[in-house]
Design a protein around this ligand. Sequence first.
Ligand code: ADP
Ligand code: ASP
Ligand code: MG
Length: 424
Amino acid sequence: MQVFKFGGASVKNAEAVRNVTTVLNMYKRQPLVVVISAMGKSTNALEAIHHSIITNDGKLDSHIETFNKFHDEIIDELFQLDRPWLKEHISNLFKEVKALSGKEFTGNPDQLYDHVVSIGELSSTLIIDNHLKCSGVNSIWVDARTLVKTDSNYKEGRIDWEETERLMKAQLMPNVSENSVIITQGFIGSDSNNTTTTLGREGSDYSAAIFAYCLNADNMTIWKDVPGVLNADPRKYSNAVKLDEVSYTEAIELAYYGASVIHPRTIQPLQRKNIKMWVNSFVNPKATGTLISQDATTNTNIPSYINQNGQWLITIATRDFSFIVEEHLSQIFDLFSKHKVKIDIMQNSAIYFTVAVHNLEWRLLALIDDLKEIFNVKYNTDAELITIRHYNDSIIKELVTDRVVYMEQKTRETYRVLLGEKED
Ligand code: ADP
Ligand code: ASP
Ligand code: MG
């Protein structure tokens, strides 16, 4: 059996949903589990709904209406006959949320977040399941929360692999066959109390890998709006080229350094069971995409670029400019961990500890405030972190010309540089 994953871009409107149905029809007589994200940017819209509840800003009802209208219009475009029950089903997903309107919220905001944002994936899969049925595909809608079990770390649920595998084998496996297609949600799960959890933004690739791992899939395919894994983000590099093959290790490195085409946690579960992964284009579904596997030979003649804008450079020193020693580092790391800020690159000298990070502004400011209680802290925003795998010297020279180099690190395979703009 195979696991497919369709992301937000592949189901962003009615035409995109029709395309997904066409792709799935190409695989009609094969056992398939299909993991789907929320439509387009609807997770962002749900985050706005969550914000309205928390702040009681009076915009909740209108945000819900916008979300429902977006989905209703897609339903109207997709189906010839009106489907009031489908619209009602989606609207009813907001029942508990609507009850919070106009009230001060006193519960756990992260738990509420997971409840609210899960509505995106539930809605998209209900619509796609219906559309598939209309096109003659025998699809079975499955609530991923009954299978993907996590701890209660809301917004970043950690998988209970044993329980998830047990449930998937016992409850899902018997329904996987060439006569039907399983349609389920990415990104969502539930804890041991069956309370909804999520796996972190962009987590649907990871969900697909969880299904593939637990069901011992033959392979997994993620369908994207690009021809495969490219050597750079095509939004920034118009001459980016497709990588035909990438090893698990290379894919993990690329994702870890921020190549946003694959969620960083996706590869490890596949690697553990040696499950091949394809990154294919939903625009051109017959074309060969990128194969990620154990034996793939990474073409080291093609350098890969990963650009991360919006980096904050934070420089930390002791108040008396004494040496930075282990005790200080441990205080610093505790604060980064407390504020849930991941360090993208770090460097220390005798008296300075310097990091680059990217995160929400309010979170970084709160972290800096805490650091300032103990240390001298300076920071500047708007730096760019560029990582190059399989670099060469001429690339580096070109890259740093006319820019300020804040930090630079080199290993045999990877060059990383934090750059700022020169002031005139
Ligand atoms: P999904 O719809 O599954 O959520 P994403 O939008 O997260 O898909 O990922 C696809 C996007 O990733 C592409 O549109 C592309 O702009 C971007 N991207 C960044 N780096 C790369 C890369 N190295 N190769 C291909 N796409 C990349
Ligand atoms: N819908 C979620 C998000 O936008 C998960 C995903 O698409 O991967 O983050
Ligand atoms: Mg995405």
